[in-house]
Design a protein. Structure first.
Length: 208
């Protein structure tokens, strides 16, 4: 009989097949989709996030773990929709206009999903108006902006301005290699995180 801890361990190991089979076994054994997420998948991904922060895991391990988690999530999606489990929050996440880098943004998105957030992926090269449109359509709690170029990081300010002009209440968090806490404050962002694991903590604190 599979245990919730086995599922957490499968995520930490990045073992997609075991993550899938264990998720299915837990469901077949009568566990609710919500229990499987909150006591199996999310604790596993939390450990992955901690290891990433401590430099015990690197980007490939995190991506592999996130893929295993997504495989489990796919099996749970119908059950979660039925039980109406409330997400931790809704985040519109994208790479700003002029910028095509998306590896970090995708990693942040996967970790946020692992943390129970509903993530709307706006993609790359996203103009300010598109962020505003998606945030409004989805009633987003947070807009997450990624930029990897010193020439595109200035776009973050444009999104913040557009969101304010549109009267959106969504908080804005920013990240990407050239971004610093100082820069985030300068442009009036609500938060900055240096890596994907910290992004989850930041998102939780922005909503709390
Ligand atoms: C891969 C890469 C590319 C790939 C991108 C592929 C893809 N699908 O993303 C390609 C080849 C397309 C590319 C193109 C270019 N690139 Co490039 N690229 C890189 C490289 C090597 C790695 C970036 C990366 O993926 N890192 C790994 C991820 C996991 O890290 P990350 O993105 O920093 O994300 C983490 C954090 O920053 C944070 N984070 C990220 N986003 C967010 C968002 C939020 C909300 C939060 C909270 C946190 C957060 O969490 C992430 C996970 O921990 C970097 C060098 C580097 N070491 O950064 C150069 C680099 C960013 N590129 C650079 C340049 C110059 C270019 C080009 C202009 C090159 C050219 N002359 O054509 C083009 C620009 C294209 C464009 N318009 O965007 C420069 C930028 C210099 C600068 N200061 O502006 C760099 C620094 C290389 C260099 N040393 O010169 N690039």
């Amino acid at each position: 009989m599979a245990e919730l801890g086995d599922l957490s361990q499968a995520i930490i190991n990045g073992d997609l097949n075991t993550a899938k089979s264990t998720t299915q076994e837990l469901l077949d054994g009568g566990a609710s989709a919500q229990t499987v997420v909150t006591q199996g998948l999310v604790p596993g991904m939390d450990v992955v996030g901690q290891k990433f922060k401590a430099n015990e895991f690197y980007v490939p391990e995190v991506l592999i773990a996130a893929r295993a988690m997504n495989a489990g999530m796919e099996l749970l999606a119908p059950g979660l929709a039925q039980s109406g489990v409330k997400s931790a929050g809704i985040i519109v996440l994208g790479t700003v206009k002029g910028d095509l880098h998306d590896i970090g943004k995708n990693l942040v998105g996967m970790m946020l999903k692992g943390g129970g957030f509903k993530v709307i992926d706006a993609g790359i090269d996203v103009p300010a108006e598109r962020f505003v449109e998606l945030a409004r359509q989805n009633n987003a709690d947070i807009i997450g902006l990624s930029a990897l170029l010193t020439t595109t990081m200035t776009q973050m300010g444009a999104v913040i301005e557009a969101a304010r002009e549109a009267g959106l209440s969504a908080r804005i968090m920013v990240g990407g290699a050239p971004i610093t806490q100082e820069y985030a404050e300068e442009i009036g962002a609500d938060g900055y995180a240096a890596d994907a694991a910290s992004a989850v903590d930041l998102a939780r604190s922005l909503i709390a």
